[in-house]
Design a protein around this ligand. Structure first.
Ligand code: ATP
Ligand code: MG
Length: 201
């Protein structure tokens, strides 16, 4: 049997939006992936110390489940939210690899995340665990950053960020069509992002 081809889409997903979903869907089609696993972070180390508390991980996890539920190839993993301490991609990939020793992993990142990748923990080992796929994102230049195993892919431009979605909710502006309908309803139901402090980057 051929090895399963599994995409890994890591993110804070605070909240998940159509930029994330289009990126995952495009990479899945282009790289003939069997599945894309969305992995909401626990405590993201890059976002610590910038004054903003990341939303409770159960809310971020459930919004990710709601947003991906209708796609038979999309799944959501709790590995990062259940691991104590900061989230490092190296730990995510090690754990997913243990869970699926026979699969080929494709780690998906937007251009902004790829720009920072050389500062990530254990960047050498990272590349032994997964292929890297960098996707275009409006406002950022997509470059290979000297990684040994990276593919660059142009995806439909979605000028959407979670930061902007949070700001919009705080300002009572609509987020319809930026995030899936169920996520709009979830945000309203639990009154997320109403406080302007939550909307910082
Ligand atoms: P924030 O504004 O809180 O940083 P974000 O919109 O950047 O949120 P993240 O959860 O930080 O979302 O991103 C997860 C991954 O998805 C990253 O690799 C990021 O580059 C990628 N990504 C996010 N938005 C887009 C987009 N609009 N187009 C392409 N890739 C994206
Ligand atoms: Mg981001």
């Amino acid at each position: 049997m051929p090895r399963a081809r599994i995409g890994v889409m890591g993110g804070t997903f605070d909240p998940i939006h159509h930029g994330h979903l289009v990126a995952a869907s495009e990479v899945a089609a282009r790289f003939e992936l069997d599945e894309v696993v969305f992995v909401p972070t626990g405590r993201p180390w890059q976002k610590e110390g910038d004054g903003r508390e990341v939303t409770d991980s159960e809310h971020r996890y459930l919004m990710t489940v709601i947003a991906t539920a209708s796609n038979p190839r999309f799944t959501v993993s709790r590995v990062d939210i259940e691991r104590p301490g900061f989230t490092y991609t190296i730990d995510t990939l090690r754990e997913l690899r243990e869970q699926r020793p026979d699969a080929e992993l494709f780690f998906i990142t937007g251009a902004d995340a790829l720009e920072k990748i050389m500062s990530w923990k254990d960047v050498e080992e990272l590349q032994t665990l997964a292929h890297f796929v960098g996707v275009t994102r409006p406002g950022h230049v997509l470059r290979d950053m000297g990684l040994s195993d990276v593919s660059l892919l142009e995806v439909p431009a979605m000028a959407i960020s979670s930061t902007d979605c949070r700001r919009r909710v705080a300002a009572q502006d609509p987020v319809w069509y930026l995030v899936p309908d169920g996520v709009v309803q979830y945000i309203n139901k639990y009154e997320l992002y109403r406080n302007p402090e939550s909307s910082q980057e």
